[in-house]
Design a binder for this molecule. Structure first.
Ligand code: ZN
Length: 428
């Protein structure tokens, strides 16, 4: 009932405030003041027993052990819970659904755009209700700029969902991507926008920005080698041009890369995060530390696709690919690479985002660091640290409460008791 009430109020307020809306299309702004009283607060850096959080309108007003609330404040007691910043998913595809339901090729080639958007609306809601209040959505995979429209619908309160940082169609080197395997006489639409040459790199980066991309995603390598193996795609020059254009507009570039050479070129060109990174070497991890490049290992994607391919997790031995991933993840961790929480959700179910955090811990990451990765670290890596990712005054009140203590058991993040985004309660 409370959920329905909040959403209705949100829609009404969104309509009322539409004319004088804040830049970036902020959602409703409730004027009320709320004091949240959990057992403990993780502020994005450390855990504090006995702290409270005061929210006014869409922002956090005060956080601490002795927060004084005004007389008209509503107090929400949350015994047995931990309060923390809303989770920031670093690698989602809201326009995709799990590959064991429909293979990627068929989603891209056979699903009508409206069908994909209808699903994405559900995915956005499931994501928010799971405590993820922001997603960095890394490519629509053939659904054009549907992410730009979905983001607007969420921001205006038309449908519930997380804040979105969107990539639009993403950029691939011509001839490298998919769907593939058709007669060479055919020209088949691709799951991302094809680019060839430094001039096209500049032109298409500008075009994607103009159409609403918050960031540029490039595929620095892909499986188009002579035997279907991953090989670098863009030249260093092409990548540099894209980064130049994006950075002058105030936007970051992020790179899908799984080969050492693809990673190296992307890092040299100035991308801000590397996605997947399976072939990372000690030299590459060092380079990432030196250049402050974040690493989204997407452990859950590999875990999911291995099971789709027949691996019986828990009863059969771990496939060599995952054992190698475990080793390379540990090497990146030991080298001190900034770890991004981003699982490639869409390959597996939206709303199951915590699966990546559970795997990060299983693969050797300290729990507190994993929670930090999903909050303050991702906010910093995505240039959002002044808006979200921490519980401190002036930031957006994107706050969740979970039952238990996630710094003792990461799966506590699955027991979501409250979801607030921009001061509005979506789940309680
Ligand atoms: Zn992805």
């Amino acid at each position: 009932m409370r959920i329905a009430f909040s959403i209705t109020v949100g829609v009404v307020l969104a309509v009322i405030t539409l004319a004088g809306q804040a830049p970036g299309g902020g959602a409703a702004r409730p004027a009320d003041v709320t004091l949240l009283r959990p057992d403990r607060v993780f502020d994005g850096e450390t855990m504090h027993a006995g702290w409270s959080v005061l929210v006014r309108g869409e922002r956090i007003e005060a956080v601490g052990a002795s927060v004084t609330a005004p007389a008209d404040a509503q107090t929400i007691a949350l015994p047995g819970t931990t309060l923390l910043p809303g989770l920031i998913e670093g690698h989602s595809h809201l326009l995709l659904h799990p590959y064991n339901e429909t293979p990627w090729n068929d989603q891209v080639a056979r699903e009508p755009l409206a069908y994909r958007v209808a699903r994405a609306v559900n995915h956005a809601r499931d994501t928010l209700m799971a405590g993820v209040t922001t997603v960095r959505d890394l490519g629509t995979e053939g659904a054009g700029y549907a992410d730009v429209g979905l983001k607007r619908a969420i921001d205006e309160g038309v449908v519930p969902g997380p804040r979105m940082l969107v990539a639009g169609p993403a950029m691939v080197a011509a001839g490298s991507y998919a769907p593939k395997g058709f007669a060479p006489e055919w020209t088949v639409p691709q799951g991302a926008e094809e680019v060839s040459g430094p001039e096209a790199a500049v032109r298409i980066a500008r075009d994607q920005i103009g159409r609403g991309a918050d960031l540029i995603k490039v595929y620095a390598d892909y499986r188009y080698g002579p035997n279907g193996e991953a090989r670098p795609t863009f030249t260093l020059d092409e990548l540099r041009r894209i980064v130049d254009v994006a950075n002058s507009s105030g936007r970051p570039v992020v790179a899908h890369a799984s080969t050492a050479e693809g990673m190296r070129r992307a890092i040299e060109a100035g991308v801000e995060t590397i996605e997947h990174g399976d072939g990372g070497t000690d030299e590459i991890w060092k380079l990432m530390v030196a250049k402050k490049v974040g690493f989204c290992p997407t452990l859950a994607a590999g875990d999911a696709t291995s099971q789709y391919a027949g691996w019986k997790k828990g009863s059969a031995p771990e496939p060599p690919r995952l054992t190698a991933k475990r080793t390379s993840f540990k090497a990146a961790l030991n080298a001190g690479v900034a770890m991004c929480f981003g699982g490639d959700v869409g390959v597996y179910a939206h709303g199951d985002n915590v699966r990546e955090l559970e795997l990060m811990v299983d693969y050797g990451m300290p729990l507190a660091d994993a929670i930090k990765s999903a909050t303050s670290t991702n906010a910093r890596l995505f240039r959002q640290g002044e808006r979200i990712g921490s519980l401190k005054p002036k930031l957006f009140a994107d706050i969740i409460a979970v039952e238990g203590d996630p710094s003792a058991d990461i799966s506590a993040l699955r027991k979501v008791k409250l979801v607030m985004k921009g001061g509005k309660i979506y789940r309680r």
